[in-house]
Design a protein around this ligand. Sequence first.
Ligand code: GP9
Ligand code: MN
Length: 726
Amino acid sequence: MKTLRQKFYHTLSFRLGFLAVLIGFYWLKSMWAYHIDFHLGLENPYQLFLTLINPIPLSLLILGIALYVKQTKAFYGTLLGLYGLLNLLLVANAIYFREFSDFITITTMLATSKVSAGLGDAALNLFRPWDIIYLLDVFFLVYAWRKKIFPLDSRPLTNRLAIAVTSFSALLFSINLFLAEIDRPELLSRGFSNTYVVRALGLPAFLGYDGNQTYKTQKIRSEADSADMAIVADYVAQHQVKPNPDYFGLAKGKNVIVLHLESFQQFLIDYKLPIDGVEHEVAPFLNSLYHDQQTFSFANFFHQVKAGKTSDSETLMELSLFGLNQGSYFVQYGGDNTQQAAPHILGELGNYTSAVFHGNIGTFWNRNSVYKQWGYDYWFDQSYMSKATQENSFQYGLNDKVMFADSIKYLERLQQPFYTKFITVSNHYPYQNLSGDELGFPLAKTKDDTINGYFATANYLDASIKAFFDYLKASGLYDNSIIVMYGDHYGISNSRNTELASLIGKNPETWTDYDNAMLQRVPFMIHIPGMDKGFISQTFGGEVDALPTLMHLMGIDNQAFIQLGQDLLSKDNQQIVAFRTSNHVIAPDYTSYAGKIYKTETGEEITNPDDTTSVRVQEIRDAAKQQLSMSDKVQTGDLLRFYTGNDLPKVDISAISYIDSFERLIAIEQELGKQSKSLYSQLGQKSTQSLFQAPTYLELNPPPPSEPTTKASDAEMSESSSTPSD
Ligand code: GP9
Ligand code: MN
């Protein structure tokens, strides 16, 4: 009688047997990835069943290619090579998913050089000790090879048998596809979400599907024409809302300063981090602005980004159009498409000078090209600022205080009015980016270091914003500027939310998708110094609504522009917030998230909706879908090249250069002479750089004298004081 081990070794000694064992390994690892690393949102046992079968057909198809190779070593080499590729795809996705909650697409792969500059440390941080599981088969194979536990099979399969295996795998895949369609009709033609495809068909199928999508996108662009533009223009005309006369033009002619609050979520507003019975206010300065009468604050404002994260938020905020369903709009289209962005509109209609300040390299997210297309006159990236060192920066750029400090030199030379954007970055994943005297804000004590560090970096961001406001006031810029602030996207991804739950007074056991949805709120505040009409609005909106809101405050009616959002201060706002991810939508009455329906006010799940509810939920789902599809038409078809509804000229990118910007600013000042409206000129050629003061955390919160010394001296004091009276 053969032992089990002998049987196993015997199986391995056949080409087909060895292949079957590899498929077995791949299956096991896939199960681990599906159920531990990915969040596939399985809704029923049938979907679970699909995940159990889907790794087999395509791994058999792919590994089966090796069966056509006759020569022994070449066969094993090909087989292991293909096996390595399959596994690479699996492991890379498992790690990628941890931060992006999505799968790697063809475009992500093609764009990695553009987007991953400096990802190094962050990527390392994404590894987990249990990732060793993904290497167990490698250990086994190395062991088997060293110990020669089975002989290599030198008998090739006949072509007929190899073809039979290929055909069998194709048949299995057809069955898989058929079963998947039962669960989700039109799975591939309608492309609900990447997650749906992976959980039904597996990763290689998703990659193939995605490749086909990418090819089609290129085709869409070349096939689009002015008739498509007319459809979108019609939609926009029907959905635009009238400005609110109470607020229209309130900020007309003022400088606009946009502050991008990296990864800052709305739950941090008014939040106090409880540690050992002591509460620590995370964002005291932003909280004060939030409640200020000079600020329009929005309590129900949601980010709408997908894989393009920061770049998606910029697209939404400054084009009032969405990013893409896959990858980053900046990377794929932003450098080429005709676009009517905020800096260009204000430049043409209000003679604004525009500039972006950010402490990362200029190529990240393809910004060097995109900002030109958007008509930004200046782009002050890291090359215009301090040299990055271990102390003053991390992999995504300079610390915010350094970035603000180094920006003043250029800001004070800009002709007014100006439209400027400052992109902060210190509060960026993995939230361990501070050092030296900036350390000190208490770390939370959960099992997840990403969560633990988040509050400290957010507090640093808050302090940086305060320092910048102090500068604006001291320099005088404050009085004729408005300051727009927004959180770009979540900082804590859904996969970590149950760990976060207890810190925000929730029970991780009863955590729902509704809670995930509500955590996608980010701050949106428009601070207008000297204005007293500010309030905290409960209106539901998203980043796509920011530009119409801003334009109306600036006194520019957005009627003639292809902007998909609605002014949040208008009385006619429809308050339907489309998420870019997986058909989620939120309205004041209902929230539809991950296929479930909730009452937005209470979070109560509605499992058996009555007719009225169903009709209404369908209505908001359709509205969101339509808005996204209009955006996709514009973005992927490059439709604004056909738009004639306003006379905004196309941006002349050949007239824009981001080299020697400081010299050009000075030349403009000199040319204008007495007419120069830069702050520097207005102050009689005096620099305001020294007015920016950003005390460190330790300076702001000096530690109390250390415990033992205090006790010792207390004891001494009481001893010495008590002795005489005795
Ligand atoms: C990089 C910064 C971060 O320059 O804006 O982008 P993100 O990783 O948040 O998309
Ligand atoms: Mn970001």
